[in-house]
Design a protein around this ligand. Structure first.
Ligand code: ATP
Ligand code: MG
Length: 335
């Protein structure tokens, strides 16, 4: 399959750049959405602090990593030191507090893998999920945001890839396809691999930010304002990158042997990580190393059926990028 084709990039890709940029622009959240997020966060902080004065709230996920499209739900993490009470009790108590303050659709999901409270704020119209002490997610959110500040093409590519994945139904972890977080990591890896590289490897540079979270050492270079010119030797446009991204995952990635790793800026071997066979529910059919929890394969949700769906979608996208006269329309057609 990998040998299937060595194709040449189509010659009119330049013409497609403007339409892709227009789609990207249309997905960017308006400034007023940011203001509403702040407003809701302030309200939640006030409510939470009456019960736990030392607690802090952090935004994480797409509302804070700069990869959020407009009208996304917001993800909030409550950081609380006092863990005498267990997470379920905190979740239930939070739900009580929010309910009595007229927040709507308040639900306490205490049995979920990551227990959360869900709510909707009628004033801003925003929905939000609140989890407890998920500090690793707060730190990986910062890593993603810092990468996005280095080169504008990361955010552009990731918006297009996320938009494609949502349109095509392959952004559903409960159905065995990939999370938005996994897709952004795939985009970072891909831009690290371009020659000349468009992104550096922040975790291999001098440490300017570090945190130890749940025994995991998270260290990287975060003075990204110093890296604004990093990708300037590479002139590839968005449409070229979209084409090459899908082409890579359709025809060039070695699914049998390779793990992508933004931590090392490399492709590493499945063998080395002992990810060559199914262990429990982890099948390792597409291997994406988490940058901090390196024993986590973000592709572990993918099973023998969904890997087929996923690869067929990569191939469809690559073929549309290669041959379709109007790829912007076709790529995002609902499945
Ligand atoms: P969307 O716009 O689709 O809501 P999102 O950026 O919020 O995208 P999600 O995949 O919903 O992405 O994940 C939210 C956050 O949760 C991520 O930014 C990341 O911090 C954390 N996260 C999600 N999945 C994992 C995972 N498998 N391991 C570690 N952290 C994860
Ligand atoms: Mg989210």
């Amino acid at each position: 399959r990998m040998m299937k084709r060595q194709i040449q990039c189509r010659s009119d890709l330049g013409r497609l750049n403007a339409p892709f940029l227009a789609i990207y622009e249309s997905l960017i959240p308006a400034e007023e959405e940011k203001a509403k997020q702040k407003q809701l966060l302030t309200l939640l902080e006030r409510l939470v602090c009456t019960e736990w004065p030392k607690a802090r709230l952090y935004l994480y996920g797409s509302c804070a990593n700069s990869f959020g499209v407009s009208k996304s739900d917001i993800d909030v993490c409550l950081a609380i030191e006092d863990m005498d009470v267990n997470k379920s009790e905190i979740i239930l108590r939070l739900a009580d507090i929010f309910q009595s303050d007229n927040l709507q659709n308040v639900q306490a999901l205490t049995r979920a893998r990551v227990p959360i409270v869900k709510l909707m704020d009628p004033v801003t119209g925003l929905s939000c999920d609140i989890c407890i002490n998920n500090i690793l997610a707060v730190v990986n959110t910062k890593l993603l945001r810092d990468y996005a500040l280095i080169d504008a093409r990361l955010r552009q590519l990731a918006f297009i890839v996320k938009h494609w994945a949502k349109s095509r139904g392959v952004n559903e972890t409960y159905q065995g396809t990939l999370s938005s977080y996994a897709y952004v990591i795939m985009c970072i890896h891909f831009l690290q691999q371009r020659r000349p590289a468009i992104l550096p490897c922040l975790q291999e540079m001098e440490t300017t930010f570090s945190a130890t979270v749940e025994g995991v050492e998270c260290a990287f270079f975060d003075q990204v304002e110093k890296l604004r010119d990093f990708g300037s030797c590479n002139n590839e446009t968005m449409s070229q990158l979209v084409w090459a991204f899908f082409n890579y995952w359709a025809y060039h990635h070695d699914y049998a042997n390779s793990v992508i790793s933004i931590r090392t800026r490399n492709i590493i071997s499945k063998q080395g990580k002992d990810w060559t066979r199914r262990i429990g529910n982890d099948r390792h059919l597409i291997c994406i190393e988490d940058p901090f929890q390196v024993s986590h394969d973000l592709g572990r949700v993918v099973d023998k059926y969904s890997i087929k769906v996923l690869r067929e979608e990569f191939e469809r996208a690559a073929d549309i990028m290669q041959y379709d006269p109007n790829p912007c329309g076709k790529l995002f057609e609902p499945y």
